[in-house]
Design a binder for this molecule. Structure first.
Ligand code: ADP
Ligand code: MG
Length: 346
């Protein structure tokens, strides 16, 4: 793509190809030299080439981050670089896919080397952590917009789908839910949060860690999975719809950080059930896998919490019953608030 700097003539010295070379291609080549993985050809030609294996399916996912929509104007570029890839790796994790590489399509208001340096630092920190090299992309001038497409591999017929939850499955969630929403509430001054509390949880919003190792370990263990991006219960509803099942959820068993546990119960429930931006995995598995899942939690040093059960669908639509700490089912009128999930157009 042609790169112009109509609003920033002072920054025209850094051209499109210099920019790609300095902030993207160089780091990508370093990674590939150390470990080419499945990448036959990286940045530089009209297409990248990924080798494919006969016994694998390729998992492909795209996520876009738009300024003013997914992040505040002026957001820390290092966090943005990290998060842009993290949200895609989280989708690969939810399918039990092994990351292979990613492309980056980016629109930049100006070619600012300081901004790019920091963005590239965050991006390659996570790319290296999960051995997922940048293999291509597109660069253009425009309002800040970051779109990543990530490629992964799954063994044929073993990708963990949303549509394959079975009656009697336990429902599990990894890590803690609600901290990203709590951070957002503090940053928006919706609530008062002491700095020490904010510091304890804010990386959950800015630099979430995608559960790639967990997703891989759940191959052959979980019947279904989804990553929690828009809110735990709203995302779980996608699993129920696609699997045509009901569910029972122990609302007060949702795993919460010590910081969220200091908040009033209403707010704990709301943020944990539908806060969004958690990037944990919610998965279902048969009861005979409980010990295996508990052992996995120890091995990965990651809480895995049993939060409910999949039930046969009784009516014509999937239903989710929420049970409180006394074992009482919440009335339908009280559950709506917990089931909302984020919708850009609602
Ligand atoms: P084309 O005109 O064929 O689309 P470009 O000139 O846009 O190619 O890009 C040249 C090379 O640089 C391609 O290999 C492309 O994949 C890569 N590239 C462009 N922008 C990026 C980016 N932001 N990150 C990684 N690679 C990029
Ligand atoms: Mg191009």
């Amino acid at each position: 793509m042609h790169f112009q700097h109509p609003q920033h003539p002072q920054s025209t010295r850094l051209g499109e190809f210099d920019l790609i070379q300095r902030f993207f291609k160089m780091h990508s080549e370093q990674m590939l030299a150390a470990n080419p993985g499945s990448v036959t050809l990286g940045i530089g030609d009209d297409c990248a080439l990924l080798a494919n294996q006969a016994n694998e399916d390729m998992a492909i996912t795209s996520d876009m981050l738009v300024e003013g929509r997914h992040f505040f104007a002026g957001a820390n570029p290092e966090w943005l670089g990290w998060k842009a890839l993290a949200v895609n790796l989280s989708d690969l994790a939810a399918m039990g896919a092994q990351p292979l590489g990613f492309t980056l399509a980016i629109a930049l208001p100006s070619a600012d080397p300081h901004w790019l340096e920091r963005f590239s630092k965050g991006l390659f920190a996570i790319a290296n952590r999960f051995s997922c090299p940048l293999i291509g992309g597109d660069t253009t001038a425009g309002p800040l917009n970051i779109c990543i497409t990530a490629f992964g591999s799954t063994l044929k017929k073993s990708a963990i789908r949303r549509s394959t939850a079975l009656d009697g499955d336990d429902i599990w969630v990894s890590g803690y839910v609600g901290d990203a929403r709590l951070t957002l509430a503090a940053l928006r001054h919706e609530i008062q949060l002491p700095q020490i509390d904010l510091d304890a949880i804010k990386s959950q919003m800015h630099q979430p860690v995608p559960r790639v190792e967990l997703g891989l370990a759940l191959r052959g263990v979980a019947h279904s999975a989804i990553d929690v991006s828009d809110g735990l219960l709203g995302d779980l509803r996608h699993v129920l719809h696609q699997s045509q099942k009901d569910a029972e959820i122990l609302l007060d068993q949702l795993p919460k950080s010590p910081t969220l546990l200091k908040q009033p119960l209403d707010l704990q429930r709301l943020y944990a059930s539908c806060g969004g931006d958690d990037y944990e995995l919610c998965f279902t598995a048969p009861a005979h896998q409980r010990t295996a899942i508990e052992n996995l939690s120890t091995a990965l040093q990651l809480p895995l919490t049993h939060i409910g059960a999949i039930k046969p669908m009784k009516g014509s639509e999937p239903e989710m019953a929420l049970i409180d700490h006394d074992g009482k089912k919440l009335p339908a009128s009280a559950t709506d608030a917990f089931l909302q999930s984020f919708d850009h157009f609602a």
